[in-house]
Every structure is written in structure tokens, then in C-alpha cells.
Design a protein around this ligand. Sequence first.
Ligand SMILES: C[S@@+](CC[C@H](N)C(=O)[O-])C[C@H]1O[C@@H](n2cnc3c(N)ncnc32)[C@H](O)[C@@H]1O
Length: 265
Amino acid sequence: MASSSSKDYVFTRDYLDNNRINLQHSLSVQLFGYHIHQSIPTPTGNSSIADVGTGTGKLPSSARLDGLDIFLDAAPLPELLPQNVNLRLWNIKDDVPEDLVGVYDVVHVRFFAFVLQQPDLENVIDNLAKLLKPGGYLQWTDMDVSSIRLEKIKPDIEADAQLTLMKLFQGNEDRLQPAWVPELPELLTRKGFADVESDAKECQPYLALAFHECGLLATEVLARNKEGEKDGVGLLKQVLDQAAKETRHGSNLAFTRYTFIGRKQ
Ligand SMILES: C[S@@+](CC[C@H](N)C(=O)[O-])C[C@H]1O[C@@H](n2cnc3c(N)ncnc32)[C@H](O)[C@@H]1O
């Protein structure tokens, strides 16, 4: 499989992972019930929206839409995009380019829990605020990895591999154990955002299953990215096979997910 995996990013950058990102997008919209939170004024044709860490570049078809990402390998080629959508390379940790300062009505960020670590956050939030016009909104959706738990349809169902998977996944490296997501509202407030809101969502069981199987794919992708690097990858794959079987007998790992919004003053 052609891929451009990277030590800076825990997942592969290939069609398997692109499918995972697209599936996760659909499941998230199903879970939250919106693309843009209802407290954010509906964008008009004159609005500018930035999707930071855009991944596969899934953007709606009105307004000016800029997808910013450290890699654009997952996004469609420019020739395939509608005219209102532009893609641009930008590392969320780097200074905001001059021509993007104060440009956006909405800045959207989603699923950076495995990308950022606690010490990155202050600078990242300052950067996101710089992208916004005064009065513009930041919307950030993420999973709280620290909320991970096992759910079962009956207490006596065997789910040892799911538990092992959970521990292996968490134990592999620091980027896989983020606990900062629930702290974002406090940080946004401290950084001067107004009208900060938090929308916590738990999945219905059928949706938790779909997210879990998407998570199994994420684990498979993670194992591929680490092939040849370390011990433990073989074990991860074995456990993954068993966890997939246990899933079909009625168990899954589950997480709390959040959308946070805040208005730049
Ligand atoms: C898990 S994907 C989420 C994609 C998309 N936001 C979504 O929700 O479907 C994370 C994305 O962040 C991008 N990314 C990773 N590190 C980044 C950085 N330092 N600056 C900007 N984007 C980054 C990756 O290339 C990838 O496209």
C-alpha cells in the first residue's frame, strides 16, 4: 500500500486512514447533529471559514472555505475541489501567516487529541484566535481519551482483548494518552474568548459500536505506522483480531465527545 507515514503523526497517511477520517466525519455529524453549532451565526455567502487540520478536506459548499493542514496528502487535488475551497499548508504550532490574520468568521478544529499535547495548547489557542475576526467563533470538537471505558450488552460477556487493547493503546506513547480535552473551555475563557459553550455527547449503543469499529481501524493504521519500529506491534495486531471478534459478541470501547465554542472579543 502506498503511504507516507511520519514520525510526527501517529497514523499512516494513506487511503485506509483517509477512509477512517471520512467515516469519523460522518459519525461525528450524526452524533452532534450539526456541522456548525447552533449558537454560531449561520455563515452566509460572504463568510470565511477555516478548517484547521482539515484531513480529507470535507467542507460544505457556501462561503469561502480554507482547509489548513500540516500535510495535504489526504485532501483531494485542487482540480477536484469546488471554487470556494482552498487548501493551504500550515502547522497549527507555527506563527499565523500575515495574510491570514483576522480573516475568518469561523475557525473549525476537530480531532486533535492525538496530535497535540498539553504544553502545545496555549500557543495553539493564541494562533487560532489570531485567525479570527473580532466577533468570530472558534468551534473545536474532540474526544476525551481519558473517558475511555468498556461497554457490554451483558456483564458476563468476555472482553479481555478489548481491555488489553485499551491498555496497549494507552501504554504505547504519550500522544495516545491525552487528558486535556475537557480542560479546553477553561483555557478558552482564560485566553479571552467569550460565550464559551460546551456540548458533551454520549453515543447511543449502535453509534458507539460504529465509532468503536472505526477505532479498531485507527488501531490497525497505528500498528502499520509503527511496523518495524518497536516490540509490541505484533501483539497489538493479535489483540486487535481478538477484540474485533469480541465486538461482534456485544462489547465495545466508548468515549465521551465534546464540541466547544467561544467568541473572540
Ligand atoms: C485525525 S485528523 C482529523 C481530520 C479532520 N479535522 C476531521 O475531523 O475529519 C488530524 C489532522 O490534523 C493534521 N495535523 C497533524 N498535525 C498538524 C499540525 N501540527 N498542524 C496542522 N494540522 C495538523 C493531520 O495531517 C490530519 O489531517
